[in-house]
Design a protein around this ligand. Structure first.
Ligand code: G6P
Ligand code: MG
Length: 226
């Protein structure tokens, strides 16, 4: 009886799931890396895959600042705008070639189970290219709301992107669960008063309520247990 009560209580608590895009639904980090590496090479230095790890979940301009810092290069704001645009042009060329095969294992299936269970779904990503990616991989219709880098001004760990998602869905933050692969994203969800499932390693995302290696390891039962 207690189990049933806890189950019902939890089910009424979670009303929406908000998903980060890069690293949760698709893996675009490799394309960001190729484009940033090309830019760094044009500026006369290189960046490593390890350095690229530090760019996950980080906004475009902040990423550029870090890369310039690693290369020991100083640029004016106008030059930085031009460099970021150049990188984005190469990145967009690559994501325009993305196909549905690039959706990470279990993502579509889990989104569908959420929808079938009557939960609302939103995308909450820092990327200004989110809509292009969703369209290219054919999953735009899975989301009731899309909050991307064009709609927010404060980067994660500020909770703005997720709070806007909750607002557009008409669901209170306390009734939302966020799915995130970046530490800053996990913190953003917590800062917004939401529950969070980390996608990746528990060593890195230990602050999350639950950590799984991918959405293929996620289920409604696990969702209800957090
Ligand atoms: C995501 C990615 C970051 C990227 C950011 C902005 O958070 O994980 O690597 O820098 O989006 O993406 P954008 O497509 O707008 O340059
Ligand atoms: Mg991410």
């Amino acid at each position: 009886m207690l189990d049933l009560w806890i189950g019902l209580k939890t089910m009424t608590t979670i009303k929406a799931c908000i998903f980060d895009l890069d690293g949760v639904i698709v893996d675009t980090a490799v394309y960001h890396y190729k484009a940033w590496k090309r830019l760094a090479n044009e500026l006369g230095f290189d960046i490593t895959e390890e350095q690229n790890e530090n760019l996950k979940g980080v906004s475009r301009m902040r990423s550029l600042d870090l890369i310039l810092q690693w290369g020991g290069v100083t640029k004016t704001d106008t030059e930085k705008e031009e460099l970021a645009t150049r990188k984005n042009t190469w990145y967009v060329e690559m994501i325009n070639k993305m196909t549905p095969d690039e959706i990470l294992p279990g993502a579509k299936e889990f989104l569908q189970s959420c929808i079938d269970a009557g939960l609302k779904t939103a995308l909450g990503s820092a990327s200004k290219n989110s809509m292009t990616i969703l369209e290219k991989v054919g999953i735009t219709h899975f989301f009731n709301a899309v909050i991307d880098g064009n709609k927010v001004s404060k980067p994660k760990p500020d909770p703005e992107v997720f709070l806007k998602g909750a607002e557009e869905l008409g669901v209170l933050p306390a009734n939302c669960v966020v799915f995130e692969d970046a530490i800053a994203g996990v913190e953003a969800a917590i800062n917004g008063g939401m529950k969070v499932v980390g996608i990746g390693s528990p060593d890195v995302l230990g602050k999350a309520n639950l950590v799984v290696s991918g959405l293929d390891k996620m289920s409604l039962e696990k969702l209800e247990s957090i």
